[in-house]
Design a protein around this ligand. Structure first.
Ligand SMILES: *[C@@H]1O[C@H](CO)[C@@H](O)[C@H](O)[C@H]1NC(C)=O
Ligand SMILES: *[C@@H]1O[C@H](CO)[C@@H](O)[C@H](O)[C@H]1NC(C)=O
Ligand SMILES: *[C@@H]1O[C@H](CO)[C@@H](O)[C@H](O)[C@H]1NC(C)=O
Length: 402
């Protein structure tokens, strides 16, 4: 670690300083007006020159090719769009995200794994974080084809990369907080025909990630996609508890979401070491068109959306079926204010990509009839590969700066 850091310090800090001093000294004789005293300004060295990777646009780059294919052993069948023969995969993977004011390099798997040697990266949240993880594993495998499946510490899935002693894994915790099905207590004393409820302990993390506070060096959290009445219908509602007691009066789902966020963020701040790098991934937008997932909603698009179309699709004021992403983001951003958890705002760049979901290509005959199209998760290879590019840059910046 030490020699790496110091060589990074040299190229990152000392070298630019020398260049600046050199330039300064060569310029000095020519432009110093004799009357004004030129203060040699301290060259301000910052490792992250305020680059916002989250604003930008997609441009077509026919030379761009994915870093993995359908044979990656970490694929999940329904997202393996190459194997499932999704139309248009070449085009889906030819779009390149160009941030407004800086360059987003593609991840260099070898260089990145060198930086992460002896470290562990964890994802905690719902299947959209799993989608992210699968992309990450398949990309990192380019640096170590000996990668093996890894599942410990409550991880749902993950991989170990022996060449670098690196572990990358996903902990499934769709609400982050612990929740449990509670069947109706007695058939006689039922009030309103409820079969039962889901008890959510707003101040208790789900078991799946309760045991990892000292384990990972980098963590990426998310929650949001399960906070809807399609997952928890009114007949089997979420009921919120704090300190082991029901919260009264009972909270609506969306208010419960806020309370869970606040409490989980408190827990993370309190229980995880300061030096653990923490990110929070904002909502991944869905692209159901013509109805929700259970109303024949579809996403058979060949092109990304235009910027001018985004508000129509996603602005909650337009009350479309995909409105929840921005609505939840608003709450998440508010809850994260003043914390050390970095925002991974991948929503906007993903909003464009109506063309990049598995849609009807799910690899199973009856899947669409049963579940509808998948306009929520992403084809792999695909958009999450760009999320990986951004995350890897932010990790690099944070490690080099800290
Ligand atoms: C592998 O990395 C872990 C930390 O992630 C460390 O505890 C362990 O000692 C490392 N093993 C070797 C052989 O370097
Ligand atoms: C309630 O339970 C009954 C019997 O198990 C089941 O048929 C019904 O679908 C359940 N209703 C809900 C809303 O879960
Ligand atoms: C979905 O499409 C099928 C077949 O076209 C139709 O039978 C069904 O009524 C539609 N469902 C909804 C909710 O629109």
């Amino acid at each position: 670690m030490a020699p790496k850091l110091s060589s990074a310090t040299f190229t990152g800090l000392i070298l630019p300083t020398c260049i600046l001093l050199f330039l300064y000294s060569t310029l000095l004789p020519h432009n110093t007006p004799s009357s004004t005293k030129l203060q040699p300004s301290k060259p301000s060295i910052s490792f992250t020159p305020a680059c916002n990777f989250f604003n930008g646009r997609w441009v077509m780059d026919p030379n761009r090719i994915p870093m993995y294919d359908e044979t990656c052993p970490f694929h999940r069948n329904a997202w393996n769009c190459l194997r499932n023969k999704r139309e248009n995969m070449g085009r889906i993977n030819s779009w390149k995200w160009i941030p407004e004011k800086c360059r987003l390099p593609r991840i260099d798997p070898l260089g990145f794994m060198g930086l992460m040697r002896n470290k562990r990266i964890g994802f905690v949240g719902d299947s959209l974080n799993e989608n992210f993880l699968v992309s990450f594993l398949c990309i990192l495998r380019a640096a170590d084809s000996g990668a093996k499946k890894w599942k410990r510490k409550g991880a749902w899935r993950g991989a170990y990369f022996p060449k670098f002693n690196v572990t990358v894994a996903y902990h499934r915790a769709v609400l982050l907080a612990k929740y449990e099905w509670q069947p109706k207590q007695s058939a006689v004393s039922d009030q309103d025909g409820l079969n039962g409820t889901y008890r959510v302990d707003v101040d208790v993390p789900a078991d799946d990630w309760a045991d990892i506070t000292d384990f990972y060096n980098v963590l990426v959290f998310n929650t949001g996609h399960w906070w809807g009445y399609d997952k928890f219908p009114k007949e089997t509602p979420l009921v919120f508890y704090k300190g082991g007691q029901p919260i009264l009066p009972p909270l609506e789902m969306f208010d419960g979401f806020k309370v869970v966020l606040e409490n989980m963020i408190l827990y993370i701040q309190k229980e995880f070491p300061r030096k653990t790098l923490k990110f929070w991934r904002l909502q991944s937008p869905r692209h159901f068109y013509g109805g929700n997932w259970n109303q024949n909603g579809s996403c058979l698009f060949n092109e990304p959306l235009e910027e001018t179309q985004l508000d129509f699709w996603f602005d909650p004021r337009n009350n479309g079926v995909n409105k929840e992403a921005r609505r939840l983001n608003h709450q998440i951003k508010e809850a994260l204010q003043g914390t050390e958890i970095q925002l991974l705002d991948l929503t906007y760049l993903s909003e464009f990509r109506a063309d990049a979901h598995p849609a009807i290509w799910l690899g199973k005959k009856d899947a669409v009839a049963v579940w509808g199209q998948d306009c929520m998760h992403w084809c792999l290879p695909g958009v999450p590969d760009t999320w990986v590019d951004i995350l890897s840059q932010l990790i690099r910046h944070s490690l080099e700066a800290g």
